[in-house]
Design a protein around this ligand. Structure first.
Ligand code: DAH
Length: 341
């Protein structure tokens, strides 16, 4: 029996060591240690041994069992590690393969200009607000002191959603003045860029959808001097130190006094050329001191507070900035055009 135990130990350990995977190991465990296994079968024969032999053989059999168990466990760990190593190697990324490249897109020229303008105003302490393009006639006109008979309210000029002319696509970013007065605490310094809509036929200078930037500052003791100082500084940062500007009186329902701001034509230096249509000046924005009725309509005490506001067309600035001759290029999104910026 001693011989058979020794033999079993040798053959089983050799088999375990040469097992190639954990499934084979499991089969060997069953073969030797299982209920119908070879070691179990040997142990069943112990009854036939003499009383002196039995404990000696018992101890030997136990040693064989634990040797088998230890070796099975060691081999299992080793095989699992090997399998993992093989998998890691097989699934490893080859970082030397050239990646897929995506050609980065281009900033749209209009947004290049908008970014610049936003940066200038943010540097002056203004916030940038966002507003909805669907407005009520109340915010778009009435609360901006625009009376019921004003031509801008005509169905031929404005896109309405409702028969009663109460809901529309905003025709200007100016309603953002009212929204800002309602939602912010004083003092307010804000700009609000966004899309506006008017029933215009598409041509080189018109589009039914275009962009404006509204601007507004309300504080104690704000004057027309602040308006001119701020806008002159913005224009100089945008177009260069030596840009010449002028302010002309104008009329808007929501400002009093109102003005328009021109920059001297960069092409002809004010002498008059096709770019400025012979004028020598190019109009860039409308502005003025916010009408007391507009301020009061938002609950602002006009004995204490005053403010200025402006609205400028973004496309026109971008056209001028990049010397683009046709507004339609801005909206057509022809990649050959956009790639140039
Ligand atoms: N909303 C005017 C327009 O679309 C532009 C404008 C003029 C805005 C004067 C203002 C302003 O804020 O004060 O023509």
């Amino acid at each position: 029996m001693k011989e058979r135990l020794k033999e079993l130990r040798e053959t089983s350990l050799a088999a375990i060591h040469s097992a190639e995977n954990t499934a084979a190991l499991e089969q060997l465990r069953v073969k030797y240690l299982g209920k119908k296994g070879e070691l179990t079968a040997l142990l069943k024969q112990m009854g036939r041994l003499s009383a002196e032999e039995r404990p000696v053989m018992g101890q030997l059999a136990n040693e064989v069992r634990s040797a088998l168990e230890d070796t099975l466990e060691q081999c299992r760990i080793r095989l699992e590690e090997q399998a993992l190593a093989r998998r890691l190697e097989a699934e490893a990324l080859d970082v030397t393969i050239p990646g897929e490249t995506h050609t980065p897109g281009h900033r749209h020229p209009m947004y290049i200009v908008l970014d610049e303008i936003e940066r200038i105003f943010i540097g002056m302490g203004f916030s940038v607000l966002d507003g909805g393009e669907v407005e009520t006639a109340d915010y778009n006109f009435t609360r901006l002191n625009t009376d019921d008979a004003h031509p801008a309210r005509e169905w031929s000029d404005t896109f309405y959603f409702t028969e009663d002319s109460s809901i529309l696509l905003r025709t200007q970013t100016s309603p953002m003045q009212v929204h800002a007065m309602e939602s912010r605490t004083l003092p307010i310094r804000m700009i609000a860029p966004g899309r506006v809509y008017r029933k215009d036929e598409v041509d080189a200078t018109h589009s039914p959808m275009f962009h404006q930037i509204e601007g507004m500052a309300i504080d104690r003791g704000v004057t027309m001097g602040d308006l001119k100082g701020t806008l002159n500084e913005v224009v100089r940062r945008l177009y260069g130190e030596n840009t010449v500007t002028r302010f002309r009186p104008h009329h808007f329902p929501f400002t009093e006094p109102s003005c328009e701001m021109d920059v001297q034509c960069h092409k002809c230096g004010g002498r008059g050329c096709p770019t400025c249509k012979g004028e020598g000046w190019i109009e860039i924005l409308g502005a003025g001191m916010i009408h007391p009725k507009v301020l009061q309509g938002c609950g602002i005490n006009t004995d204490v507070y005053s403010g200025w506001a402006f609205g400028m067309g973004l496309e026109r600035l971008a056209l001028r900035r990049f010397q683009i001759s046709d507004l339609r290029l801005i909206f057509e999104n022809d990649v050959r055009f956009l790639e140039q910026f």
